[in-house]
Design a protein around this ligand. Structure first.
Ligand SMILES: NC(=O)c1ccc[n+]([C@@H]2O[C@H](COP(=O)([O-])OP(=O)(O)OC[C@H]3O[C@@H](n4cnc5c(N)ncnc54)[C@H](O)[C@@H]3O)[C@@H](O)[C@H]2O)c1
Length: 437
């Protein structure tokens, strides 16, 4: 198959910009630096560990994804970001208590050299945080200009030829799209008028796209999920993706729910609760930030189980999600799930899941993959919403009029088939030909 797109070769360094340099961002940076030195293995990262089958099973072709896609190596990336606390990546990682001193000390010098740029921070969007390392500006428009200058300076100082951003900042309060989000013109006017519908993350997203920097959103905030930003992404020909990294409980949910559906087993109720004690947990303790997360977590089952098609099996589900801030746990979250299911003739059964996970350990590989794949997409001329990256998100953005794909296995197939397609390889349908040859 002829390669349908031309992928620009990567030359020079890729700047990976992380607005929000807390637990997830610093775990990502430290992990990538450790992997670069051969002092750690980037487990959980498809781009670093995964292979991809090409052609027929008999051909035995399964290269590593990073070789197949000719991705930049970890030596070819530079990390930067913004935060409202002035702590270096080293200090922030120490505070987050995700990685041990043994790991952090191996890359201490490099982490100390990564200092956050001052944040755009209007506190009404993240009510639990109070930081001092923040920009000053007359209005939101001026703030966006400052972020654009930061990007230019960062790329130049770090010898980068291009950048990519992954939002690792706190979850903002829930905002419904309003008039200001409906067109680029309305949005730009809104920046100048300090429209309350424009949050911090939206200002970063706007500035990144203006600088041709692809933007992936790891939190459930609106950020790039609105017509104004879609218009800008189209105009600048830049990829965007989101929302909300699919890590612990929702990742489990999108594994289990397709399993029930594949076997036509019924579901009556799904109760999910979490305890976590990191800064993310503290922010989510605010009901308005929790609302953003709740909406993102709740949407999953509806789309996988299609209750309107399967009324008898899934037409009457009680789905509840809770997050409790519990400081003693730090980043080591515990997610409990209780599923009330039913089988043959309606007989009830239960499934219990107790996932003792580590939030940032699960999220870090997704940040790295997203940065490398968004950059690849950009070099391949992809722009707008990158549905092929739905695999990474709890609440995948999708084209207007379509529905999101939540099933992890369909997402994985879509991701890998897009990789095959962009490199001019046959798509894999898993249709055997032994039956009709
Ligand atoms: N860890 C996971 O498994 C996971 C999964 C899905 C989504 N997320 C999301 O990823 C984000 C990061 O999670 P975390 O555990 O690193 O949280 P964290 O609280 O440790 O880090 C977030 C950082 O963002 C900073 N921040 C907030 N607003 C900012 C702004 N306007 N500009 C710059 N910095 C800002 C905070 O000061 C903080 O340092 C959160 O929104 C979280 O909900 C995490």
């Amino acid at each position: 198959m002829k390669q349908p797109v031309t992928i620009k070769k990567h030359e020079g360094k890729l700047g990976i910009l992380l607005p929000g340099m807390g637990a997830v961002a610093t775990t990502t940076i430290a992990g990538a630096l450790l992997a670069r030195k051969g002092k750690g293995t980037p487990i959980g990262s498809l781009t670093q560990m995964g292979t991809i089958r090409l052609g027929k099973r008999t051909e035995n072709r399964a290269p590593f994804i990073k070789d197949f896609l000719k991705l930049p190596s970890l030596d070819d990336v530079a990390f930067g970001g913004w935060d409202l606390f002035p702590d270096s990546a080293y200090e922030s990682a120490k505070h987050a208590e995700v990685l041990t001193n043994e790991h952090l000390d191996e890359v201490k010098g490099e982490l100390e050299a990564i200092k956050p740029m001052p944040a755009v921070f209007y506190p009404e969007y993240v009510k639990r945080l109070h930081g001092t390392h923040v920009k000053k500006g007359a209005d939101k428009w001026e703030m966006a200009q400052q972020v654009e200058t930061d990007i230019q300076t960062f790329l130049k100082t770090n010898g980068c030829t291009r950048g990519v951003a992954v939002w690792c900042g706190s979850t903002e309060v829930y905002i419904e799209p309003s008039a200001v989000h409906q067109s680029l013109k309305a949005f730009e006017d809104g920046l100048k008028n300090n429209d309350p519908g424009i949050s911090n993350s939206q200002i970063y997203a706007y500035a990144c796209l203006k600088q041709n920097v692809p933007f992936a959103n790891g939190a459930p905030n609106l950020s790039v999920d609105m017509p104004a930003i879609w218009e800008l992404a189209r105009e600048r020909s830049v990829p965007i993706s989101g929302k909300d990294f699919k890590t612990g409980q929702t990742w489990m949910k999108t594994i289990l729910a397709p399993g029930l559906k594949a076997r036509m087993l019924g579901l009556r109720g799904w109760f999910s609760t979490n305890i976590l004690g990191n800064r993310d947990g503290e922010v989510l303790d605010d009901p308005e930030s929790f609302k953003s997360k709740e909406v993102s977590k709740l949407g999953v089952l509806e789309h996988i189980l299609q209750p309107s098609k399967y009324k008898e099996l899934y037409g009457n589900i009680y789905h509840k999600v809770r997050i409790e801030y519990y400081p003693p746990r730090g980043d080591a979250k515990e997610g409990w799930d209780n599923l009330d299911i039913f089988g043959w003739l309606g007989y009830p059964m239960q499934i219990k899941v107790d996932f003792l996970c580590r939030d940032s350990i699960l999220a870090a590989p997704l940040v790295l993959d997203l940065a490398l794949l968004m950059d690849l997409g950009s070099r391949a001329g992809f722009h707008g919403i990158q549905e092929w990256l739905s695999f990474y998100f709890k609440s995948p953005m999708h084209a207007p009029g379509l529905y999101p794909e939540h099933d992890l296995f369909i997402q994985s197939m879509k991701l890998k088939n897009t990789m095959r397609w962009m490199m001019g390889e046959e798509l894999i349908t898993h249709l055997g030909n032994e039956y009709y040859d």
